[in-house]
Design a protein around this ligand. Structure first.
Ligand SMILES: Cc1ncc(COP(=O)(O)O)c(C=O)c1O
Length: 413
C-alpha cells in the first residue's frame, strides 16, 4: 500500500524565551530537576540548537538516547509514515512490528524472547518480577537479589532497591528486602553473597551513572558460574552501556567467548527518542512468566517498534565506526592528560567515555555550554560522553578544541 506523506513540516520559530520557560517551570513543575539554563529548540545530526539559534555539538545525546542524532532522515520518515497509519494498539491485538522486533532482538542478543515496555526502570522492574517468579517456582525463601555497590538501575521502587547508591535510596526506605550489595570486581564478596536463597544477580556491564566503570571479565564469568551453581538468573542491565554504544550490540558480546546472561535489559537508544524498553530473556527465564503475570498498555506499540526496527538496520552499518570513532575520541582525550595533569583517567568502550578529574567538575558543564558542547558530569568528578553513534572524527576534533578551552578553567573557586 502506498500512503501520501504530509509535506515537510516547517521549522517553526521558538514560542518562548528561556526566561519565560524557566519562570513557568519554577511555578508549575515539581522541583525535581536542576536544569542547566539552556532551552533546546531543534537539532540536525550531532548538533542541537537553542531557542536563540545557538549551535551545540551534542556529546551526551539526551543521556544516551539520541543515538542517531537529531532529525535522522530515515527515522523522521518512518515516524511520519507510522503516525499516518497507527500510533497505538494496546496489547489486546497484533500489529506488524512487535514480533519482528522481538525476532531481531533474539538474533542480535543470542537470547530467545522479548517483553517490551517504555523505559529503563520499567524493564528493570519486569526483570525483578521474573527473578522473583523464578525463585518462588523453585523453593520457598529463594528471593534474594545480589547487586553491586555504586550501581544505578532506575527510580522506581524495585530498581531503587538494587541501586547501590544511598543518595538515590535513603529518602524512600524501606525498600525491597533481600538485596545484598557487593563491590564491583570483588570476587570473594560475590562468592559470599550468592547462595541457595539467591534468585538473581544483577550487573551493569559498565556502570554508567557510577562513573563509566567496567566489571572485569573474571567477575562477570564468576557471576555466571555462581548463578548456574545456585540456579539463579543472571541479569545484565545494558540500558546505558548496550545497544551499539560499546561498539557491539551488547557489552557482554565484547568478551571472547561471549558470556550470555539469562536476561538483558535495554532501553535508551533503541527507538531514537520514542520511549521503548525491553527485557530479552533465554528459555529458562521465560519459563518463569505465564500469561497474565506481566503487561503494559503502551509497551511495544507500533510506532516505537517500527522506529526500533529502522534503528537496528542503521546500527548494523554503524557498529564499525562506533568502535573507530570511539577509539579516536579516547586517544585525543588521553593526549589531553599531558596538558591537564588533573585528568586522572580516560576510560570507556566505544562511544561510552568517562574522563575522571582529581577535583569536582560539575561546573565545567556550564563552561561547555558556553563553548558550544554538551556533556554531563556523573559521580561529581567524571565528565561523561555518550555522543550519537553518527559522530565523526571531525566532530571529535571540534569537541577537543572546545574542551581544551573548558578544561583551562580548572577547579571551581
Ligand atoms: C544502567 C541504567 N539502568 C536503568 C536506568 C533507568 O532508565 P530510565 O531512566 O529510562 O528509567 C538507567 C538510566 O540512566 C541506567 O543508566
Amino acid at each position: 500500500m502506498s500512503i501520501t506523506l504530509p509535506s515537510e513540516p516547517e521549522v517553526s520559530a521558538p514560542t518562548a524565551s528561556l526566561e519565560e520557560l524557566m519562570g513557568l517551570e519554577r511555578e508549575y513543575l515539581l522541583q525535581t530537576y536542576a536544569r542547566y539554563p539552556l532551552a533546546l529548540h531543534r537539532g540536525k545530526g550531532c548538533y542541537a540548537y537553542d531557542t536563540q539559534g545557538n549551535r551545540y555539538l551534542d556529546l551526551i545525546s539526551g543521556i544516551g538516547v539520541n543515538a542517531l542524532g537529531y532529525a535522522h532522515p530515515r527515522i523522521t520518515k518512518v515516524i511520519r509514515q507510522q503516525a499516518g497509519l497507527l500510533l497505538h494498539t494496546s496489547n489486546l491485538y497484533y500489529h506488524e512490528f512487535q514480533g519482528r522486533l522481538a525476532e531481531r532482538l533474539a538474533k542480535v542478543s543470542g537470547l530467545s524472547r522479548s517483553f517490551f515496555c517504555n523505559s529503563g526502570t520499567e524493564a528493570m522492574e519486569g526483570a525483578l518480577k521474573m527473578i522473583r517468579a523464578h525463585g518462588n517456582s523453585l523453593q520457598a525463601g529463594k528471593h534474594e537479589v545480589v547487586a553491586l555497590d555504586n550501581s544505578f538501575h532506575g527510580r522506581t521502587f524495585g530498581s531503587l532497591s538494587i541501586t547501590g547508591q544511598p543518595k538515590y535510596r535513603s529518602d524512600f526506605e524501606p525498600l525491597l528486602p533481600g538485596v545484598r550489595f557487593v563491590q564491583r570486581n570483588d570476587l570473594a564478596g560475590l562468592e559470599a553473597a550468592v547462595g541457595e536463597h539467591t534468585a538473581g544477580i544483577v550487573l551493569e556491564f559498565i556502570q554508567g551513572e557510577g562513573g563509566i566503570l567496567p566489571i572485569s571479565e573474571q567477575f562477570a564469568r564468576r557471576a555466571r558460574e555462581l548463578a548456574d551453581r545456585h540456579n539463579a538468573l543472571l541479569v545484565f542491565d545494558e540500558i546505558q552501556c548496550g545497544v551499539g554504544r560499546p561498539g557491539a550490540y551488547f557489552a557482554y558480546q565484547l568478551l571472547d567467548p561471549v558470556l550470555l546472561p539469562d536476561i538483558v535489559i535495554a532501553a535508551k537508544p533503541m527507538a531514537c527518542g520514542i520511549p521503548l524498553g525491553v527485557i530479552v530473556v533465554n528459555d529458562k527465564a521465560a519459563a518463569a512468566i505465564k500469561r497474565g503475570m506481566h503487561g503494559s498498555t503502551y509497551g511495544g506499540g507500533p510506532l516505537a517498534c517500527r522506529v526500533a526496527l529502522e534503528f537496528f538496520d542503521i546500527l548494523e552499518e554503524l557498529l564499525p565506526s562506533i568502535n573507530s570513532v570511539g577509539g579516536y575520541f579516547r586517544m585525543r582525550l588521553t593526549e589531553l592528560m599531558r596538558e591537564f595533569p588533573f585528568i586522572k583517567e580516560v576510560r570507556g568502550q566505544g562511544l561510552m567515555i568517562g574522563v575522571e578529574t582529581d577535583f569536582p567538575c560539575k561546573h565545567l558543564v556550564l563552561e561547555g555550554i558556553k563553548e558550544g558542547i554538551l556533556f554531563n558530569v556523573t559521580h561529581e568528578n567524571v565528565i561523561r560522553f555518550l555522543p550519537p553513534y553518527i559522530l565523526t572524527e571531525q566532530d571529535v576534533d571540534r569537541a577537543i578544541t572546545a574542551l581544551v578551552r573548558v578544561l583551562k578553567i580548572g577547579p571551581a573557586e
